[in-house]
Design a protein around this ligand. Sequence first.
Ligand SMILES: *Cc1c(COP(=O)(O)O)cnc(C)c1O
Ligand SMILES: [Zn+2]
Length: 457
Amino acid sequence: MMSYNSWLQCIRGCDQRYSIYDVVYRCEQCGGLLDVEHDIEALKARSAASWIKLFDQRIRTNEWPYGSGVWGKKEWVCPQVANENVVSMYEGHTNCFWAERLGKKIGVQGLWVKLCGNSHTGSFKDLGMTVLVSVVKQMIADGKPIQAVACASTGDTSAALAAYCAAAGIPSIVFLPKGKVSTAQLVQPIASGALVLALDTDFDGCMEIVQEVTADNTIYLANSMNSLRMEGQKTVSVEMVQQFDWEVPDWIVIPVGNLGNVSALGKGFLMMKELGLINKLPGIACAQTEKANPLYLSYLTGFKEYRPVTAQKTLASAIQIGHPVSYERAVKALQAFNGVVEQVSEDELANAAARADRTGMYCCPHTGVALAVLFKLIERGDVGPSDRVIVISTAHGLKFTDFKVGYHDRVLKEVVARYDNPPLELPADYRTVKEAITRELERRQEGRKDDGHSSDA
Ligand SMILES: *Cc1c(COP(=O)(O)O)cnc(C)c1O
Ligand SMILES: [Zn+2]
């Protein structure tokens, strides 16, 4: 492990390098974002077959910290951190659910859903946060004057940051847009003991303030502008291919907001290709809502134009972002993958989530956005019946109880619930209960053709 190395470098190609332990978030020459770069020649000294063998051997091992889905790929992620400074909850290795029944209904044979929300804090954000907080722990061990780690969040980043910092005994500060995150997301950092600041603004407003606060170098910035997180998140690409016995799917559909995760996804695939573990790339489809669609609008211009938007309120609250920090990174990735971007309405995302729930899932609204986009791509013929598709499910549905309850109570704005299933309230009387069961089972038998109320579902 000693021979592997990584550093920060400008994504626009300026040649100044920074240490991953430097407190610097932008290129000092041009202001561009920084990416973590690896000594690829050193990594190439090991054959693809040998990497595959190593990664497979480490799955769930007890040898610290390699049993984590992220740290099992430590050489590719963050080789310098000492193992005793790794802060990990054995994140990653989330299940990839074969959504056979939903796939059949929508006309793709091979549909999988990568359940990144089946993780310690209930979202994929754990994958990146383990790397960032480990680097901070290493910096503190090395005597750097860091008082706290801070982030702006639409809910899941703050939950992950607060939990990993709590595990490491490092103070954290989270900036949340007041009233715009779910109850579960709000209570997570509170429970972890973070300093929780609910600001009267939206995510983009919180992002501005946190950047000002972290200009003081003793407060370290944990937003995905900080590319260390992407190193952890990119392992999801390796993991999906690993779960496919090292074959590459045809399509990956991913809900996007600040555009860090899709950049990481692309980075993971490009690294596998460069190191010879795979020989083709998947198509990538980015999913946005009509309420917060700056990437979609830019895509319509062939990425020639980009204008931030004011994000409107959406059920997919974690992607209610109008001015994505990683726009430039994401466009670079999408151009390498022939990426597509599509948007959906509130009605489409909520019904897509509910339809998938009827086949055994429990989708968060963002996963609903990705599924609704997939439905469109299939309808348009962009995704064919024999394609193998993985939808990235970014968070656990249980974090979004208000969304689920609101759907089944039919009170969500701009949504006509086609798969609602409210409980029957009955007197405690055997005959009434028995009749209700008979009636309902018959009705459901008829409805089974489409799993919804209306025949066009
Ligand atoms: C953060 C988040 C996203 C968006 O990821 P970006 O990296 O900001 O594009 C999507 N879904 C959920 C549930 C998230 O928490
Ligand atoms: Zn630069």
